[in-house]
Design a protein around this ligand. Structure first.
Ligand code: 5GP
Length: 190
């Protein structure tokens, strides 16, 4: 998505440690018109996938997942982050290592909102090492759902998570894939 690359170039800031800050349009302030375009593009990519629900993880995935779900005309579910792994059997849960905070947490969804057989599209803002999507995939598997694929607004290709998931057979669509970045240059995968 050319517009995503342009927004990253014009508004993104590369921080030490391989973090891209996009607080001006995605992660703190949200460019609502652009958010709609993101939802439309992800919905277009998965239009033939017969998606029943969109699944993401709080907090930064929620806006993109919600607008994607709106465009697809389906519900959106977000996994909650819990510090402890002490959760009862009415939920599905998975451990996730956070790249940005360098901590471990559990993501949890009530079984009430993931019904066996449902076709689930995973959505997140960033795809880096792939841990968040691997965790979300575990939730769908444990709930007996079918994962139709995953969409990320921004993939940091140099961290390898996206390619790992593709090699494992998951359909992964990212609206922009960054192959390398420094504070003076961002190179996109063509
Ligand atoms: P992964 O689990 O694929 O390693 O990382 C994805 C998650 O970490 C996303 O949910 C996202 O919130 C966060 N993340 C990873 N890299 C970045 C980054 O460069 N910038 C921002 N803002 N978030 C990131």
């Amino acid at each position: 998505m050319k517009r995503m690359e342009e927004k990253i170039i014009s508004e993104g800031k590369v921080l030490p440690g391989g973090i891209l800050k996009v607080g001006s349009f995605l992660n703190q302030q949200i460019d609502s018109a652009f958010l709609k375009e993101i939802g439309q593009e992800i919905a277009r990519l998965f239009a033939e996938a017969a998606v029943d629900k969109v699944l993401t993880v709080e907090a930064s995935g929620i806006a993109i997942a919600a607008v994607t779900a709106m465009e697809l005309g389906v519900p959106m579910v977000f996994a909650k982050k819990h510090k402890s792994s002490n959760v009862d059997g009415e939920v599905v849960s998975a451990p996730v290592h956070s790249f940005t905070h360098n901590t471990d947490y559990n993501i949890v969804v009530s079984r009430d909102y993931l019904t066996p057989g449902e076709r689930i599209l995973l959505v997140d803002d960033f795809l880096a090492n792939g841990n968040a999507l691997i965790g979300l995939r575990k939730l769908t598997d444990d709930a007996g759902c079918i994962c139709v694929g995953a969409a990320a607004a921004i993939e940091k290709g140099f961290q390898g998570g996206g390619d790992l998931l593709r090699a494992a057979g998951m359909r992964v669509e990212s609206l922009a894939i960054i192959d390398s970045m420094t504070d003076t240059e961002i190179v996109f995968r063509s």
